[in-house]
Write a protein of this length. Structure first.
Length: 362
């Protein structure tokens, strides 16, 4: 999960849009998300709540005022999406009509530490907000092939089991083993992830939206889909030095974008009957049909500050007409927890971000 401009267009107000409370980016979310999350079926009054979930991130990583509770370390970005028009056959969303739309993005590392050292095996994220004719599509993708958990409860329990011990900085092996024994779906997912080693950096990472959604076309026909951003002509990454700098992944990204825009192909994978839509730990067969929807271009990156992606909640349920959630329980949970995280950090003082573009390019 990833919890959490001027010039940003206002989306049409929907229940999903109201959930995040930022129809105009920068406003403060002011709704109680608990009722929505309960309606989504992922929590019970005696189990999880968005606040308890946010508390758990703080318990694991400590409290860092003004930062996201997960994917705290990040870098803002801007660019465009150019649609090929090919996806319009399966989705009526305006973003897939031929043409160019602006986007706001955010690169990040998983975890709640805003100043953590960059490591090659830390999960990398790419959040996008695309705005076509006033209809927003927000998506948060990561660079692993499947998600580690199939339910919010499983994610919550894994957080507990993975809390680093003070003396070793690593999880208690007995707690982690017990968790994996009771969650075979996570054990299987981690095996798949280990078989897909990460690329050298952000620029050559494939980012995947691991949850299934439904696309509906102008004729009313719906199909299950997943999507991914596949790098195009990524710059060759320099060899990682024996003692890489604390922020080397972000610094390499900053230097790469300063040289030329970076591009990713937006690829839509179309599911078939029997493909799981409710379990992000299970991959779909590689033989599934894909649609080349267009090109994501990142033309600039910015130090996180007021007015850019720092203030955007990449809520996965902010969707345009033509895209709807599936029966996967994770997006509703993410939506609720992201909103709770946003309301907390929006009212807190914030120290400067660890990654500073000006300092890298000086």
């Amino acid at each position: 999960m990833e919890p959490d401009e001027s010039g940003e267009a206002k989306p049409t107000l929907t229940r999903r849009g109201a959930l995040v409370g930022i129809g105009a980016v920068g406003a403060i979310a002011a709704v109680d998300v608990g009722g929505f999350a309960y309606a989504g079926g992922w929590l019970r009054p005696d189990a999880l709540t968005p606040s308890r979930f946010a508390d758990r991130f703080e318990y694991v990583a400590g409290r860092h005022d003004g930062f996201r509770r997960n994917h705290a370390k990040g870098l803002s970005a801007t660019g465009t999406f150019v649609s090929t028009g090919a996806a319009a056959a399966i989705c009526r969303a305006a973003v897939f009509q031929p043409g160019r739309v602006p986007l706001i993005g955010r690169f990040s590392l998983g975890g709640g530490l805003p100043d953590q050292p960059d490591k090659p095996d830390t999960v990398r994220g790419l959040g996008l907000l695309l705005d076509a004719n006033g209809q927003q599509w927000r998506t948060a993708m990561i660079n692993i092939p499947v998600f580690t958990d199939s339910t919010p409860q499983g994610f919550y329990e894994r957080l507990l089991a993975s809390k680093p011990l003070p003396d070793t900085g690593k999880a208690d092996p007995q707690k982690l083993a017990a968790f994996l024994a009771s969650h075979p779906e996570t054990a299987a997912a981690m095996k798949i992830i280990r078989q897909s080693p990460p690329s050298a950096g952000f620029a050559d990472s494939t980012f995947r939206g691991l949850n299934a959604f439904y696309f509906t076309n102008s004729a009313g026909a719906s199909v299950p889909v997943r999507w991914s951003a596949v790098p195009v002509d990524a710059p060759a990454a320099a060899a990682v030095p024996s003692g890489p700098g604390k922020d080397y992944l972000f610094e390499d990204l900053i230097r790469a974008v300063a040289q030329r825009p970076l591009n990713w192909r937006l690829v839509i994978t179309v599911g078939e009957p029997g493909d799981p839509t409710n379990d992000a730990t299970k991959p779909w067969p590689e033989s599934r049909r894909t649609v080349e929807a267009g090109t994501i271009t990142i033309s600039a990156v910015q130090t996180e500050e007021a007015g850019n992606a720092r203030d955007i909640n990449f809520d996965p349920l902010v969707l345009p007409d033509g895209i709807t959630a599936s029966d996967d329980p994770l997006p509703a949970a993410r939506s609720a927890v992201y909103a709770r995280s946003f309301t907390r950090r929006a009212t807190e003082p914030k120290s400067p971000s660890e990654v500073n573009v000006g300092r890298v390019l000086k």
